[in-house]
Design a protein around this ligand. Structure first.
Ligand code: GZL
Length: 311
C-alpha cells in the first residue's frame, strides 16, 4: 500500500528477535520527538526489531501502517492513536491474526475491550485537574483579584489528551471557581507551535482582556507567547500562562518568566512499553492501564530543574 508516512526498520541481526510494529502519531511537538526517541532507544536496548512509522498526524496513515504490520506478521503492534475513534476495523484485523495490540500515550474509544491489551500512558483528565489547581497558585502569586478570563488552546480535535485535559480543567473550574473563572474563548491549535501562535493572535483580536492562557501543551504555549509579544503584551505577566508537557523549551520559557507553571506529561514511555511488550508476547497478564509518573512545576522551580530535565 502507499504509506506516505516515513517508516524505518531498526534492530541487529542474530536469532529470532521480538518484532514490534510501532505507529507513531507524527512529529508535531517536542513531546512527540522525545517520545519517539524513548521508544526507539528502549527497543534497541531490549534487542527487539522495531518497525516504526510516523503518520504525520493522519489517522489513515496509522491505519495503513498497522495493516502493514499485520501483513508482515509482527509479534506485537503498539501505537499512539492520533484520535480516539475509528480504530475498531483495523484492530479487529489484528485480533483475527492473533497479533496483540498495546496502546501508548493516547487511548481509544471502543466497544470491544479485547481489541487492545493495555495502555501505557498518563491520566490526561488528572493533568487537566492539576492545571486548574496550579493555576490557583499562579493567580495567588500574581496577586490577581476578581474575575478570571481564560483562553484555552486545545490539543488536536478528537485526541484523548485534548478531550480529557479540557474535561479535568472544567471539573475543577465548575467545582471551585464557578463564580470567578470563565473560559471566554477556546479553540484547537493542533498541539503545534504554529497553531498556538495563529490561534492566540486571533484570540487577542476578539478578547484583548484575557487574563490567563491554558494551553494543552508547551508547544502551543510557546507559539502563543510569540503572538502575545507581537501584540505588545508581556507573557507570564499581562497574561498568565499554564501549559502541559514539561519539554525543555517549556522550562526555558518558564525560566524566562514567560510561562507561569507547567503540568508535566512524561513522554519517556519506551522502557515501560518494551517491558509490557515482552510480557504480552509471553502471554502473561498485564495491568489494563500502566500509568506514568509525573509532577508539576511552578516558575520559581524552573532554573533549578532545567539541568536535570531528560527531554
Ligand atoms: C500527551 C501527548 C500530547 C502531548 C503533545 O500524552 O499525546 O501529544 O501533550 C503531543 O505535546 O503532541
Amino acid at each position: 500500500e502507499d504509506d506516505s508516512s516515513s517508516s524505518s526498520d531498526s534492530g541487529s541481526g542474530g536469532g529470532k528477535k521480538l518484532v514490534l510494529g510501532f505507529s507513531q502519531v507524527g512529529s508535531e511537538s517536542g513531546w512527540r520527538s522525545a517520545n519517539t526517541d524513548s521508544v526507539k532507544e528502549a527497543a534497541k536496548e531490549a534487542g527487539y526489531t522495531l518497525k516504526f512509522s510516523d503518520a504525520q498526524q493522519k489517522q489513515e496513515n496509522q491505519i495503513s501502517a498497522i495493516r502493514s504490520y499485520i501483513t508482515q506478521g509482527v509479534d506485537v503492534i503498539a501505537f499512539s492513536p492520533v484520535v480516539v475513534t475509528g480504530w475498531d476495523a483495523v484492530l479487529k484485523e489484528a485480533k483475527a491474526k492473533k497479533i496483540p495490540v498495546v496502546l501508548t500515550d493516547r487511548s481509544v474509544e471502543t466497544s470491544d475491550e479485547s481489541l487492545f491489551v493495555t495502555l501505557v500512558g498518563s491520566d490526561f483528565t488528572d493533568e487537566g485537574r492539576r492545571a486548574a489547581k496550579i493555576l490557583e497558585k499562579v493567580l495567588e502569586k500574581a496577586g490577581h483579584k476578581g474575575p478570571v478570563k481564560i483562553a484555552q488552546l486545545e490539543g488536536t480535535t478528537g485526541a484523548a489528551p485534548a478531550i480529557e485535559r479540557a474535561k479535568g480543567f472544567k471539573e475543577v473550574m465548575d467545582a471551585d471557581h464557578a463564580d470567578d473563572w470563565k473560559i471566554v474563548v477556546s479553540q484547537t491549535g493542533d498541539f503545534t507551535r504554529a497553531g498556538g501562535k495563529q490561534v492566540m493572535a486571533a484570540f487577542l483580536q476578539s478578547n484583548p482582556d484575557i487574563d490567563v492562557l491554558f494551553a494543552h501543551n508547551d508547544d502551543m504555549g510557546i507559539g502563543a507567547i510569540q503572538a502575545i509579544e507581537a501584540a505588545g503584551k508581556k507573557p507570564g505577566k499581562d497574561i498568565l500562562i499554564v501549559t502541559v508537557d514539561g519539554v525543555k523549551d517549556g522550562f526555558i520559557a518558564m525560566s524566562e518568566g514567560k510561562i507561569n507553571a507547567i503540568v508535566e506529561c512524561n513522554p519517556l514511555l519506551g522502557p515501560q512499553l518494551m517491558e509490557v511488550v515482552q510480557k504480552v508476547k509471553d502471554g502473561e497478564t498485564v495491568e489494563r492501564w500502566i500509568k506514568t509518573e509525573e509532577s508539576d512545576f511552578m516558575q520559581d522551580q524552573a532554573k533549578a530543574a532545567l539541568p536535570t530535565r531528560k527531554y
